[in-house]
Design a protein. Sequence first.
Length: 277
Amino acid sequence: MPELPEVETIRRALEPELAGRTIRSVTVARPDIVGYPASVGGFSRALIGRRIERLGRTGKYLVLHLDGERDLIFHLRLSGHLEVITGTRKPDYERVRFSLSGARALSFAEPRVLGRVYAVRSGQYPPGLTGMARMGPEPISTAFTCDFLAAQFRGRTAPVKSLLLDQRVCCGVGNIYSDEALFRAGIRPQRRAGVLRKAEVGRLAASLRSVLNDGIKWCGTTMDDGRYVMPDGASGRFQSRLAVFGREGERCRKCSSIIRRSRIGNRSTHYCPNCQK
DNA sequence: CTTGTGTCCTGTAGGC
DNA sequence: TGCCTACAGGACACAA
């Protein structure tokens, strides 16, 4: 569930807690969480003794830049959670723990074991991380223009929603923010991407930018399942501002029509049948 | 290349 | 009460 705004919120919360600290030891409770190197021993050896310089983010990937040209990369997938531990507490579903200088630890909990952590040389993309190398521009960056999006859509017959979820097109966008951006742009998710008019593509590019920036502003979306919370346990505050996601059967805030839900590409999709054409 | 489907993984919600 | 199934969703493997 963590998408770009949630990962960015986590990055901002963790940066001051982690920057400057040294990794003292690594404890792996579930080896399948380690995506690279293949062995737990190799993973630990690549990290121990290294200092965390700063935190970055690429799409939904959180990157801890270490000294010696190494990166520690996290992907939280659906239910991953990062937390700084100062006492003896051990979070439920803790899969990997990084003990740090300053009597604290970074705990990576992931109930569903779909999330991954990778220790790589800076800029290296091992098997399983190839998608990171092909990632498109951030929708919140100036490189993400109407022309770029139009070029991505040209000739494509897939539903526009499916292309918004393609990280090569809209990196960092997931199920929540794709539905919200399409609502703001007034476009039905089922529309085939290649048939959108230039003005619609322009509205969509602007909507992606605004909805992701709003998500960051409100520290992400915490749904009732509580899968995403900030590292300190606090909830995000964007959920009460959602226009369509998770609102099936409720009234559209703009026109009072009943919000509908359908499936596109095996993904739950929400839209207003009146506001979105 | 493009598109759609299945798989991974586990906890939870809902049906009977 | 308790079992069973469906579902959630990001990314990738794979088939058509």
